[in-house]
Design a binder for this molecule. Sequence first.
Ligand code: FES
Length: 160
Amino acid sequence: MDTQTTVDEKPDLSQLEPIIGEYRGMKGAVIPVLQKAQKIYGYLPPEVLRRISAGLRVPLSRIYGVATFYSQFYLTRRGRHIVRQCDGTACHVRGAGKIVERMEQELGVSAGGTTPDYRVTCEVVYCLGSCGLAPVAVVDEQTIGKLAPEKMSAILKGLE
Ligand code: FES
């Protein structure tokens, strides 16, 4: 289970040591170490990036370069739940715009944002590869098709 940090808590860097130890001196270590670190912390806080840089003996600028280049890495803290609503063409013509609006209203944040209590991060994406189920969202890895604004509201209310 992931042990994500709570608000204002400093990340426990000791969890990084076995990962750094496993990859130190290996070519191409940066990406897998960042992936594993993100799995532990939920994102990549500055302290974690500094520790990885020192541990792998790779300049911090390079670590940041990789972390900012790939969209899979997050430098800011994310919500406990991730809701990705598709607004690609197939979903858009079936009313995804209204679902996005409802999602933003319900959470009180714009798409791309995270609720202040870190409960939910909401995103808009442009095709989830399930156009036949449009409009579609992915909620914590679960694909949910044939959505409507009311259904999105109910889903969001159910996220602890
Ligand atoms: S456009 Fe929404 S899943 Fe493809």
